[in-house]
Design a protein around this ligand. Sequence first.
Ligand code: MLT
Length: 271
Amino acid sequence: MRRITVDGRRFAVGESDPSEDTHTPVMFVHGFPLDRRMWDGVADAMAGRRLLTPDMRGFGESDPLGSEPAFTIDDLADDVVGLAEAAGVSAPFDLVGLSMGGYVALSVAARHPDRVRRLVLSNTKASPDTPEAAAARRRVAEQTLRDGTDPLAATMTPKLLSETTREDSPEVVETVAAMIRRCRPETVAAAQHAMAARPDRTADLPSIASRTLCIAGDDDRVTPPSFLEAIACRLPRARCVTIPRAGHLAPLERPRRFAAVLCAFLDAEED
Ligand code: MLT
């Protein structure tokens, strides 16, 4: 893990930096309320490539949010661009985002198109929250500031994972629950407010020129495959792959399959 400072904020960034790698660097943006370690299995399966897995601001081992905790999804997108630059990645990079990380990746692709070579949107959506969903997020924010992250881990973990993972992989269930419990309550609250206020990116999709892969989990009840298909059919250069026996956390539940799908996309000579 490396520490990288961007605009006075210190981030923890997982980095594999093979000296002889000729592939385009890949930046991975984690989901909520998780951290960079959700990509560990995928990173292991992609050894030999230059991969960057930051803890987003306030998450994981990045610095706490401090006295001005509020942020927007666009702020996280600007952090991604700043992190790439600070890590010495000056050419366009490949960008992979899961769920909240997908909102961030779409913001980077729409607002910094010159920085993204290829885009991978996993278990996410382009549409904004309904008023009811935004209100529910604000309630979760208040509740977590009051009661901590244990109740959140208890309610969220089963919703994020496929039935197969829940039945066959207790260690994955515990990894996810522990990651949620470790998340700082003020980060949960700030991220919930940021996601509640995120813009509708649907109208931006037709102008995203990067070749794009949308990845769904066939048992994702948070962002079902139809959500990813809806994104792919509006993008000019996209296709959609569904991973079997995966829920909302496809890369954590089926890391080798996810890495194989991702590498096949990145290595296709279509650019
Ligand atoms: C995530 O996995 O990042 C969350 O499900 C995103 C969300 O709450 O919209």
